[in-house]
Design a binder for this molecule. Structure first.
Ligand code: SF4
Length: 197
């Protein structure tokens, strides 16, 4: 099979160029995150875990959940959490039903670090916000379709998407959320919903 990194082959097809475009954009996320981490003496994964814990519920702030979410081994997540605890950015709270387990809670110091570091995505936010509404909706439809396909072949752990949710249904191809009690337009589809079941 021809390589999409071969420039003649890459430039001969739109799908090849789109894949290379995603590759470029994902590099930008990595670069921005690495740059941000240098300012705070944190590793990129430490920043990502702090941001995730800050914005998700307790049951998602456990070693098992985080290791699945970030595709990391449990020992790697445990070590990262230990370091964040030493820095006083998180605390461990014992599970009252199972004393061997705990969930992770962010401290006020951790929250202030999140407020500063989460800005690393702003250059991308600014670019996207300048796209027309119609093009944003088309882009969102393509992105959610790609995420669903990646989820189907288990290359992405996006459990919390509408199409995976028990409140989601389709009537005559029209998506509907029974919890919000509303038809879901393309722009309403979520890929990380706090109400997901
Ligand atoms: S909006 Fe939330 S609750 Fe409704 S279907 Fe989507 S994921 Fe489920």
């Amino acid at each position: 099979m021809e390589s999409i990194y071969n420039l003649d082959y890459q430039n001969s097809s739109l799908e090849n160029k789109i894949v290379i475009g995603f590759d470029r954009i994902s590099q930008v996320f990595k670069t921005l995150l690495i740059e941000e981490s240098k300012h705070y003496n944190l590793s990129p994964i430490q920043i990502q875990l702090l941001i995730f814990i800050n914005y998700h519920s307790e049951n998602k702030s456990t070693i098992s959940y985080l290791s699945k979410e970030f595709n990391l081994s449990k020992p790697t997540v445990s070590e990262t959490i230990k370091t964040l605890e030493k820095k006083k950015y998180i605390t461990k709270i014992s599970d009252k039903f199972d004393t061997r387990s705990y969930f992770i809670q962010i401290t006020d110091l951790g929250k202030s670090i999140v407020q500063q570091t989460e800005q690393y995505v702003n250059p991308l936010v600014n670019i996207i916000s300048n796209i027309s509404e119609a093009n944003k909706v088309m882009l969102w439809q393509s992105i959610t379709n790609i995420i669903n396909e990646l989820n189907n072949i288990q290359l992405i752990n996006s459990h919390r998407t509408c199409t995976n949710c028990q409140f989601y249904s389709q009537n005559n191809n029209i998506p509907y959320c029974a919890l919000l009690n509303q038809v879901l337009k393309i722009e309403d589809i979520r890929i990380d919903c706090p109400e997901f079941k």
